[in-house]
Design a protein around this ligand. Structure first.
Ligand SMILES: NC(=O)c1ccc[n+]([C@@H]2O[C@H](COP(=O)([O-])OP(=O)(O)OC[C@H]3O[C@@H](n4cnc5c(N)ncnc54)[C@H](OP(=O)(O)O)[C@@H]3O)[C@@H](O)[C@H]2O)c1
Length: 260
C-alpha cells in the first residue's frame, strides 16, 4: 500500500540508529523531506547520503537531546532549511540497566531526561511551527514509548518510568493541541532488534523468555515500527489523537501464550 507524503517536511530524532533510522528512511521513501538528528555525526551523514542518493531529500542537524539550546537550534534550523515542519517523530531514547537500589541519581536523571524531558523540550520548540489553520492538513507529533510504558521490566525502573510518562505526556498534549490541528500519538514497540535491545536479546535464556511471551513468536523488526509510524504521520490518521499503538506481535494483550 502506498502512502504519499510528498510535500511534507519532517524531523526525526534518534535517527542515527535502529528504529529512528528506519523511520527516517521510510518517510523519505514516501516522498517527505526529512531532517534527522542525533549526536553521531558520521551515522547521520551516512543516512542522509543514502536517502539523497535514492532520490530523496534529507539533511542532518546534530544535537544532544539533553541540551535545550541544541534542541531549539535543531528545530529552528530544520524549519528554516525545509521551509516548514509538518511532522515530528521523536525516537531518541536510551537505558542503563541495573537494580534501582544500586542506581546513581545521575543515571536516573539521564534516563528520564533523555527519554521524557526531551519530548517536552521538542514539543515546546516545535509547537509554533506545527499549528495549522482549518484549510491546511493536520500536523503530526509522534513519540516512541515501549512495552515498558505499561509493564515492569527487570533492571529498568527508570526506563519504564520515563516511558510510562511519555504515554501521559502524549495524551495531555493531544488534548491541548487538538484545536490547533496537531495530532499527537504514541507507538509502543514490544521487542525490536536494535543496539538498544541487543543486551537483552543476546542472552539465550532471556531471549527465550521474551519470545515465549509474544503470541506471534517473533521479535519485531524496525520496519514493523516504521510502517506504523508512516500511518500515524499520514493524513490517513487525521481523526486519531492521544492514541497508543502497540507494535508488539500481541505481547501486551497476552495474559499467556498458546503452547507451540
Ligand atoms: N529496540 C527495542 O526493542 C525498543 C522497544 C521499545 C521501545 N524502543 C524505543 O525506541 C526508540 C529507539 O530505540 P532503538 O531501539 O532504535 O535504539 P538505538 O538503536 O540505540 O537508537 C537510539 C537513538 O537515540 C539516540 N540518542 C540517545 N541518546 C541521545 C541523546 N542524548 N541525544 C540525541 N540522541 C540520542 C541515539 O543517537 P546518538 O547515540 O547518535 O545520539 C540513537 O539514534 C527509543 O526511544 C527506545 O526506547 C525500543
Amino acid at each position: 500500500m502506498v502512502i504519499d507524503l510528498s510535500g511534507k517536511a519532517c524531523l526525526v530524532t534518534g535517527a542515527s540508529s535502529g528504529i529512528g533510522n528506519e523511520i527516517a528512511k521510510k518517510l523519505a521513501n514516501s516522498g517527505a523531506d526529512v531532517a534527522v538528528t542525533a549526536r553521531n555525526v558520521e551515522k547521520l551523514s551516512q543516512l542522509t547520503e543514502i536517502i539523497n542518493q535514492n532520490g530523496g531529500n534529507a539533511i542532518y542537524f546534530p544535537a544532544d537531546i539533553l541540551n535545550e539550546k541544541e534542541i531549539d537550534s535543531c528545530v529552528n534550523s530544520a524549519y528554516k532549511k525545509l521551509g516548514k515542519l509538518d511532522i515530528i517523530v521523536h525516537c531518541a531514547g536510551m537505558t542503563i540497566k541495573g537494580l534501582l537500589q544500586d542506581m546513581q541519581p545521575t543515571d536516573w536523571d539521564t534516563i528520564i531526561d533523555t527519554n521524557l524531558r526531551s519530548a517536552f523540550s521538542l514539543a515546546r520548540a516545535s509547537w509554533k511551527y506545527l499549528q495549522r489553520p482549518e484549510a491546511e492538513q493536520n500536523a503530526k507529533f509522534l513519540v516512541i514509548g515501549s512495552v515498558g510504558s505499561f509493564f515492569g521490566i527487570p533492571l529498568s525502573a527508570a526506563y519504564c518510568a520515563s516511558k510510562g510518562g511519555l504515554v501521559q505526556l502524549a495524551k495531555s498534549l493531544a488534548v491541548e493541541w487538538a484545536s490547533q490541528r496537531i495530532n499527537v500519538n504514541i507507538i509502543c514497540p514490544g521487542y525490536v532488534r536494535t543496539p538498544l535491545s541487543e543486551s537483552v536479546l543476546k542472552i539465550g535464556e532471556t531471549y527465550q523468555k521474551v519470545l515465549s511471551r509474544i503470541p506471534m513468536r517473533r521479535i519485531g523488526s524496525t520496519e514493523d515500527v516504521a510502517n506504523a509510524a508512516l500511518f500515524l504521520v499520514s493524513p490517513l490518521s487525521d481523526y486519531i489523537t492521544g492514541t497508543t499503538l502497540n507494535v508488539d506481535g500481541g505481547l501486551m494483550n497476552a495474559a499467556y501464550t498458546m503452547d507451540n
